[in-house]
Design a protein around this ligand. Structure first.
Ligand code: ADP
Ligand code: MG
Length: 229
């Protein structure tokens, strides 16, 4: 579904070249829950941003459903991203003045759908993530775990082919983190393809496959309950 071929990302800082990612080849299959693990600075966020089309590689190629992401315009890339990818970040990124339902519905509202159509969809997704009682709450009235559930609901309301999560529990306590991992796992069991970045081996173990990054390249690729490749 998503394929990286020898993808690399180099940043220039003055005369220095910093290789955030080098020569990563990876195929992400529909239905997978892929955990990308590795220490801080190993290139996890860089890789996730390339997978999601938030950023372009400086070498190699990326394909979504056989459509190459290189050589296309920023507008085309934005469209592909909007149709295929939902993002969840460590710091929720909710709009403080909007209710949970409005935050969740925002991607569809920005796409031109009317709030009367969007509201029932947003409410149904909020119920799906266990927040049926929080529909009209603003972020400041929610706990950290609840805010991340709202962010997950917002990421999946457009039915993205893949849900990408960058250290989604980096700002949460361990009990709340476990609830978020269990939610992601249950979404995956309902068919949602997920790629999650984490530096925590326990978190990575919620995935169906774990790819480990070291110094900007993949050092291990393990299917849970399958064999190493
Ligand atoms: N915009 C940038 N400019 C220069 N170096 C960067 C930039 N973004 C990331 N890097 C470097 O690339 C490496 C990988 O970063 P990152 O993907 O954020 O790692 P991780 O998410 O695993 O902590 C790090 O050494 C980081 O300093
Ligand atoms: Mg990171």
């Amino acid at each position: 579904m998503i394929e990286l071929r020898n993808a690399g990302k180099m940043y220039r800082q003055g005369a220095r070249e910093i290789y955030a990612l080098r020569d990563v080849s990876l195929v992400i299959k529909k239905g997978e829950f892929l955990s990308i693990m590795g220490p801080s600075g190993s290139g996890k966020s860089t890789l996730l941003n390339l997978i999601g089309g938030l950023d372009q590689p400086t070498s190699g190629e990326i394909f979504i459903d056989s459509t190459p992401l290189h050589g296309i315009s920023d507008n085309e890339l934005t469209l592909i991203r909007r149709r295929n990818v939902g993002f969840v970040f460590q710091f929720f990124n909710l709009l403080p003045l909007l209710t949970a339902a409005e935050n969740v519905g925002l991607p569809l509202l920005l796409d031109g759908e009317s709030f009367s159509l969007v509201k029932p969809k947003a409410e149904s997704i909020l119920r799906k993530v266990g927040l049926g009682e929080r529909i009209d709450h603003r972020p400041e009235q929610l706990s950290g775990g609840e805010m991340q559930r709202v962010a997950i609901a917002r990421a999946i309301i457009g039915n993205p082919a893949v849900l990408l999560a960058d250290e989604p529990t980096g700002n949460l306590d361990s009990h709340t983190s476990e609830e978020i991992f269990l939610l992601l796992k249950s979404l995956n069991e309902q068919g949602q393809t997920i790629v999650m970045v984490t530096h925590d081996p326990k978190a990575a173990a919620y995935g169906t496959r774990i790819v480990t990054l070291k110094d900007g390249t993949t050092s291990q690729d393990i299917s849970i309950g399958g064999e190493e490749s």
